[in-house]
Design a protein around this ligand. Structure first.
Ligand SMILES: *[C@@H]1O[C@H](CO)[C@@H](O)[C@H](O)[C@H]1NC(C)=O
Ligand SMILES: *[C@@H]1O[C@H](CO)[C@@H](O)[C@H](O)[C@H]1NC(C)=O
Ligand SMILES: *[C@@H]1O[C@H](CO)[C@@H](O)[C@H](O)[C@H]1NC(C)=O
Ligand SMILES: *[C@@H]1O[C@H](CO)[C@@H](O)[C@H](O)[C@H]1NC(C)=O
Ligand SMILES: *[C@@H]1O[C@H](CO)[C@@H](O)[C@H](O)[C@H]1NC(C)=O
Ligand SMILES: *[C@@H]1O[C@H](CO)[C@@H](O)[C@H](O)[C@H]1NC(C)=O
Ligand SMILES: *[C@@H]1O[C@H](CO)[C@@H](O)[C@H](O)[C@H]1NC(C)=O
Ligand SMILES: *[C@@H]1O[C@H](CO)[C@@H](O)[C@H](O)[C@H]1NC(C)=O
Ligand SMILES: *[C@@H]1O[C@H](CO)[C@@H](O)[C@H](O)[C@H]1NC(C)=O
Ligand SMILES: *[C@@H]1O[C@H](CO)[C@@H](O)[C@H](O)[C@H]1NC(C)=O
Ligand SMILES: *[C@@H]1O[C@H](CO)[C@@H](O)[C@H](O)[C@H]1NC(C)=O
Ligand SMILES: *[C@@H]1O[C@H](CO)[C@@H](O)[C@H](O)[C@H]1NC(C)=O
Length: 729
């Protein structure tokens, strides 16, 4: 070929490709416009994910876009997950006819899923999960290539989608607000291998037609309102690996042949239903099972004795059923569990286990991290086998009848984070070795028979959060070291014989939310530093011998909900600062030596206080100041004063007495208690309406006192009225 001819030939080729190019331009244009529309409907792009979406480059090089490799280059994939994008999904995306993947998961898209997405014939993967999309699920019947549809974690409503393409493999629509039943027609999509519709409002059961969906491996139906017996169709799904019916209203027996039919099962979740009867022994045939969670049902009888055949088992949660074990034979399951060398988490809490825990508990794998035997009828000494379980994070034996001393060796299980031994008959001292448990976050020894002192070495526990040793026979003072644990959140020492003072270092416990020291012999002043504990929600110091005045600093604890200082020897007046505690729900300062009517309001004016007092008295006497009895110099305040305290019951509105159960029929004791309450209220009213403004109490004190009365004693109806008054303070 001559050079010129070659040149012409090349030109021809170039011309041809130019033609293809220009015809491609028209299609390009559609894609370009669609993408620009999409960008326009995004109102916030905090990570600048779409900064590159501009005319300086072809859209195929924009962030998140992949195009087809062959010319004309069309948008094949949009991946923009986890970008914090806010806005709506533009319907124009429905024009991207070559789109195969669309992922906008984990953003903040709102509005509907555009129906136009249903026109994308090439679409294979659609991920719109974890946004705040609303409306109903549009039809995808025509998206014949669609394999994976993820719409979970949105706010979608309407029925379970029925317009789905044949060929779909994964349908993920959990955590939405879908209602109605699971449609039988879904079983026509025999290609499905995973369905999750957990956490919606679905009713009914699984249609029998589902037996056809032979490829199904994962079925998650948890947290709906499904009911009826164990769905028959499931027994035909022999490929099933994951089955969750958790948190529904299923009832009846679990089919005895479950394990023989579903031989591939790896995960079985049935908790919080009404299943009853035996745990099917056939389950021990499903050798891949590694997760069994069937807590909170009514399973009874024995745990299958050959459970140890499940040698991949990692989790076995049988909590809150009526499973029994007493004789050696009943306990065989525990011996057999020694075979489960992968076991991490094992709970038998809340069943009918009796007697001693067999020694074979010590043959369980030392991989075990969690062991729970709480709320049974177990007795005997602390199970000695547990000493072998070196990797335990949690041991719970609470609410049983264990006795004897707490073993010193517990301090050698150095990974322990949570030790829960409350409500037993453990005696002796708290082992000092506990202070070696440097990972310990929670120690509960309440309601036992422990004696002597709280070991000061507890102060060495660097991450302790909760310490409850209430209701024992401990004495001595509270170790000051404890207050030096920066992580401490809750300290409960109520009902012991502790004495001495509270160390001012308590003020360093900045994360403390609850401090319960009721019913001890603690004395001295309440440390002012307590006001530094800015997260405190509860202070219960009642029934001690605290003296001095109530620290003004307590008014700094904005989070405080409960303040009980009753039954102490406190003096002085109630600090006005207590009135700043907006969240206070319960205040009890009774049975102290506090001054009743202290003067000196600062925030509210004395005249506000006066008006408030009048309103308060009005509520109880149920007469308007304009009532004709209040003329000729008689005011509601004077009227109250004259009748206070003896005749309070006579001047209170009879209807109100009725509502408060203080009418004639009620027993004398209640009546007297009620009279006292009314007298307290009246005394506040009278303190507010003193003729001399300087003698009136402050609004903060009023608030503090009324909070106490309202919450400690009064009936609902009156509470509401007082609540309304509070909004006026
Ligand atoms: C346009 O996108 C390019 C990257 O493709 C980027 O470098 C440039 O800053 C963008 N221009 C604007 C105005 O955002
Ligand atoms: C894209 O789709 C929208 C709505 O789905 C339609 O109104 C518009 O005309 C389409 N644009 C192009 C360029 O095809
Ligand atoms: C679509 O997504 C799937 C799964 O993430 C992936 O395997 C496939 O390669 C993607 N296809 C395109 C065109 O991006
Ligand atoms: C869902 O989105 C939130 C933020 O919007 C994120 O924190 C969370 O990890 C996401 N969840 C999943 C399962 O992706
Ligand atoms: C699906 O395709 C058919 C035939 O083209 C059409 O009649 C129907 O309206 C389409 N359905 C949807 C939901 O787009
Ligand atoms: C399943 O599909 C068949 C046709 O293939 C149809 O006759 C039947 O009604 C469908 N079943 C359901 C429950 O939709
Ligand atoms: C379900 O299993 C039963 C017994 O194994 C069998 O008789 C029945 O045909 C199966 N049903 C379907 C739809 O496969
Ligand atoms: C386990 O399966 C075998 C047959 O594979 C069967 O003989 C045996 O009865 C099954 N065991 C239980 C407890 O179902
Ligand atoms: C323990 O496992 C072995 C082999 O893995 C098996 O032979 C034995 O029967 C199992 N024991 C129990 C009690 O399941
Ligand atoms: C613990 O296992 C060993 C063998 O592994 C066995 O000899 C012993 O009897 C078992 N102990 C208990 C209490 O079951
Ligand atoms: C606790 O630790 C101390 C020193 O680290 C050690 O002497 C003691 O034996 C330990 N106690 C226990 C029960 O492990
Ligand atoms: C209160 O203090 C007095 C002495 O001031 C003392 O006699 C009394 O026992 C104390 N009461 C309490 C409950 O501590």
């Amino acid at each position: 070929m001559k050079a010129a001819a070659i040149g012409q030939f090349l030109l021809l080729i170039m011309a041809c490709s130019a033609v293809t190019c220009s015809s491609a331009d028209a299609n390009d244009e559609t894609d370009l416009l669609s993408l620009l529309d999409f960008k326009r409907s995004i109102t916030l792009d905090p990570q600048q994910a779409l900064a590159s979406w501009n005319h300086s480059a072809h859209f195929c090089s924009w962030e998140g876009i992949l195009c087809t490799t062959t010319s004309p280059r069309r948008v094949a994939s949009i991946r923009l997950e986890r970008r914090g994008l806010v806005g709506q999904i533009s319907p124009s995306l429905g024009n991207l006819t070559f789109l195969r993947n669309l992922s906008l998961a984990t953003n903040r898209f709102t509005g509907d899923i555009p129906a136009s997405l249903g026109h994308l014939l090439q679409l294979q993967y659609l991920f719109l999960s974890n946004n705040t999309l609303q409306g109903t699920i549009p039809s995808f019947t025509n998206c014949s290539s669609l394999r994976v549809l993820w719409l979970h974690r949105n706010r979608l409503v309407g029925p379970f989608p029925t317009e789905l393409p044949p060929g779909l493999r994964q349908l993920q629509i959990s955590v939405n607000d879908l209602a109605g039943t699971i449609p039988a027609s879904l079983s026509n999509i025999t290609t499905l291998d995973a369905i999750s519709c957990a956490d919606n409002h679905l009713e009914g059961s699984v249609p029998d037609e589902f037996a056809r969906v032979q490829n199904l491996q994962q079925l998650y139906l948890g947290a709906n309102q499904l009911s009826g017996r164990f769905p028959r169709a499931i027994m035909n799904l022999s490929a099933l690996t994951d089955l969750s019916l958790a948190l529904n209203q299923f009832s009846g027996d679990v089919p005895p042949d479950l394990g023989s039919k579903l031989r591939n099962l790896m995960l079985l979740e049935l908790p919080v239903n009404f299943f009853q009867g035996q745990i099917p022994p056939s389950l021990t045939n499903t050798s891949n099972l590694h997760y069994i969670e069937i807590s909170r049902n009514s399973f009874s009888g024995m745990v299958p004795s050959k459970i140890g055949r499940l040698n991949k088992l990692e989790m076995l949660n049988l909590e809150y059923n009526q499973l029994q074990a007493e004789s050696k034979r009943d306990w065989e399951f525990l011996d057999s569990l020694a075979n489960c060398t992968e076991l991490i988490d094992f709970s038998m809490t809340g069943n009918l286990l009796k007697g001693h825990v067999p020694a074979s508990v010590g043959n369980l794998t030392n991989q075990l991290q969690y062991i729970y035997f709480a709320e049974n009828q177990l007795s005997g000494e602390f199970p000695p086998g547990i000493v072998n379980l070196h990797n335990l994070y949690t041991v719970s034996l609470a609410v049983n009848q264990f006795s004897g001393v707490l073993p010193e060796w517990l301090g050698s299980l150095k990974h322990l984070q949570k030790v829960s031994l409350g409500s037993n008959f453990f005696s002796g001292t708290i082992p000092s070795s506990f202070s070696n448990l440097t990972q310990l976050a929670e120690l509960n020894l309440e309601s036992n028979r422990l004696v002597r002192k709280i070991p000061p070495s507890f102060g060495n526990l660097p991450i302790l959060k909760v310490l409850n040793i209430s209701n024992n026979n401990l004495y001595g003072s509270i170790p000051k070291e404890l207050f030096r644990i920066p992580t401490i959140v809750q300290i409960s020492f109520y009902v012991n014989n502790l004495d001495g003072m509270i160390h001012p270092d308590i003020g360093n416990a900045r994360q403390l939310t609850y401090l319960q020291l009721s019913s001890n012999n603690l004395s001295g002043e309440i440390p002012t530093t307590l006001g530094n504990c800015e997260s405190l929600e509860g202070i219960e110091f009642d029934h001690n011998a605290f003296s001095g005045s109530i620290p003004v600093s307590l008014g700094n604890i904005r989070t405080l909900k409960v303040l009980n200082l009753s039954h102490n020897n406190l003096t002085g007046s109630i600090p006005a600062s207590i009135g700043n505690l907006q969240l206070l729900e319960q205040l009890d300062l009774s049975f102290n030596k506090l001054k009743e009517c202290a003067g000196g309001g600062q925030i509210s004016t004395a005249s506000d206080v006066y008006s408030f007092g009048v309103v308060l008295l009005e509520i109880f006497i149920r007469r308007r100041p304009t009532d004709e009895m209040f003329k000729d110099g008689m005011s509601i305040a004077k009227f109250a004063e004259i009748n206070f305290p003896e005749n309070v019951l006579q001047i209170v509105d009879p209807q109100l007495l009725e509502e408060l159960d203080l009418s004639k029929e009620t027993p004398v004791a209640i009546k007297e208690g009620g009279a006292q309450i009314l007298q307290s209220v009246f005394s506040i009213g009278l303190c507010c309406t003193k003729t001399s403004p300087s003698k009136r109490i402050s609004m903060q004190e009023v608030a503090a006192k009324l909070h106490g009365i309202r919450d400690a004693y009064l009936k609902r109806k009156l509470k509401d009225q007082l609540s309304n008054l509070f909004s006026e303070i």
